[in-house]
Design a protein around this ligand. Structure first.
Ligand SMILES: Nc1nc2c(ncn2[C@@H]2O[C@H](COP(=O)(O)OP(=O)(O)OP(=O)(O)O)[C@@H](O)[C@H]2O)c(=O)[nH]1
Ligand SMILES: [Zn+2]
Length: 198
C-alpha cells in the first residue's frame, strides 16, 4: 500500500486521477474547456476516491473500537442498512440493503459499527458475493460471536443501464456462520427480516 492514510492518498493522487479523467472525457468526444466540464475531471476524481476509500480503512479496528463485555445471548439484528458499491467488472454502481445478525459470545458491539463496516467493504471495487463474505468474516473473526449472518439484496446498474437491461431484477446473497448454520436459527433470522426482503 503506497500511502498510509486516506488523507495522504487523497492529496497525492487526485492530480493523477483528475488528469486521467480529463483524457477519458476528451476521448469520448467532449470539450473539457467548456464551462460545465471545466471542473468535472476534478469532481469525478474526488467522487471516485470517495467511493473507493474503503481500501484505506480497517474494518476490524472499527469493530474493536466499540466491543463491550455483556452477557446477552440472544440474536441482535441490524437490518435495512443501505449500501452503495461499485461492481468490479464495469465500475458501475450496485446498491441495496444489508441485513446483519449475530449472537454474542461475551461481547456485544456498538450498533453503528455494523453499518460502518458495510461501508468499508462497499467502498471498494466489489462483487456482491465477496462483499457479503468479507462483512461476515470480519464480524466472525473480530467479535468471535456464537453465530453471524449477513444477507445483501442489491440492484446492479450494469444490468439495468446496459448489458441485459433488466430494471427489476435484484440479486440476493447470504452467508451464515456458527449458530446460523443450524436451520432453526437461520429461519428465525430470515423470519425477522422477512418484512424487509422482496
Ligand atoms: N457474480 C457477480 N457478477 C457480477 C456482479 N456485478 C456484475 N456482475 C457480472 O459480471 C459479468 C461480467 O461478464 P462479462 O461477460 O465479462 O461482461 P459483459 O460482456 O459486460 O457482460 P454483460 O453484462 O452480460 O453484457 C456480467 O455477467 C455481470 O452481470 C456481482 O456482484 N457478482
Ligand atoms: Zn457490472
Amino acid at each position: 500500500m503506497p500511502y498510509k492514510t486516506f488523507e495522504e492518498y487523497n492529496i497525492k493522487i487526485t492530480d493523477e486521477v483528475r488528469d486521467r479523467y480529463k483524457r477519458i472525457i476528451e476521448e469520448l468526444g467532449e470539450d473539457t474547456d467548456r464551462e460545465g466540464l471545466q471542473k468535472t475531471p476534478e469532481r469525478a476524481a474526488k467522487a471516485m476516491q470517495f467511493l473507493t476509500q474503503g481500501y484505506y480503512q480497517d474494518a476490524s479496528a472499527i469493530l474493536k473500537s466499540a466491543m463491550f463485555k455483556e452477557d446477552y445471548n440472544e440474536m441482535v439484528i441490524v437490518k435495512d442498512i443501505e449500501l452503495y458499491s461499485l461492481c468490479e467488472h464495469h465500475i458501475l454502481p450496485f446498491f441495496g440493503k444489508a441485513h446483519i445478525a449475530y449472537i454474542p459470545n461475551g461481547y456485544i458491539v456498538g450498533l453503528s459499527k455494523l453499518p460502518r463496516i458495510v461501508d468499508v467493504y462497499a467502498r471498494r471495487l466489489q462483487v456482491q458475493e465477496r462483499l457479503t463474505e468479507q462483512i461476515l468474516e470480519c464480524i466472525n473473526e473480530t467479535l468471535k460471536p456464537r453465530g453471524v449472518a449477513v444477507v445483501i439484496e442489491a440492484s446492479h446498474m450494469c444490468m439495468m443501464m446496459r448489458g441485459v437491461q433488466k430494471q427489476n431484477s435484484t440479486t440476493t446473497t447470504s452467508g451464515f456462520r456458527g449458530a446460523f448454520e443450524k436451520i432453526e436459527t437461520r429461519n428465525e433470522f430470515l423470519k425477522l427480516i422477512s418484512s424487509s426482503l422482496d
